[in-house]
Design a protein. Sequence first.
Length: 260
Amino acid sequence: MRILSEFNFKKIISPLFILIVCEIIGRTRLIDPFFFPPPSAIFKSLWQMTITGEIFPHIAISVLRAVTGYIIAAAAGLFLGILVAGSKLFENIFDPLIELIRPISTFAIVPVMFVWFGIGNGSKIAIIVKACFFPIVLNTIAGIKGVDLRLIQAARSLGANGRQLWTMVLIPSALPMIITGMRISTAMSMLAIVGVEMLAADSGIGFLVIDAQRTFATDRMFAGIIVISLMGVTFDKIARFVQQRILSWHTDTSLAGTSA
């Protein structure tokens, strides 16, 4: 009962309303069900793929590709971001490269990745790394460079050495920006993996959707899109949870400041 009392029913009103409207449109054939299948048909198809176990290998491979690419991008982005923010030399070396490569569309380099890494998982992971890398590295640089100069001066006046300055002032102060960049990249990883799986793959949720479209199984196609949406929401919820756990001190401090 306590769980039910804490559940916010207001959050499901708009999705429920949209489902009802879509069901009415589909059932009354205001739009051809081939182009706009009713939600009941979509969920029936999703249920069939679930009980047969067909959908789980596709989810697993997409998650594996997305998580692997995300981890590599996070490690590289944090490392390079700290180097660029902490050294004028590295900034002069890497900043022009970042600004040259960042505007290039992720899917514009898909042919290059296929040539370099083949059509297996390597190319798909590389594409995810490209999509996730830049939000992380740019937010890391901005977070560190945006630390209040008075905090740095205060730490130095108290005798903090270089290592203490980084571990006790710069990194903690920049964490909100860094975590925001990492959270943005969770969505980028899903966008990238679904897109590249639609272009060239024989497995994954993106492949499931495009394969259903090729065979004109629109109910399966929409079922796959629903799974993609649920995966994106799940990734974002995990990112929010990690953000709240890591930045609980930051939230408490902000709330304390506003209530003073």
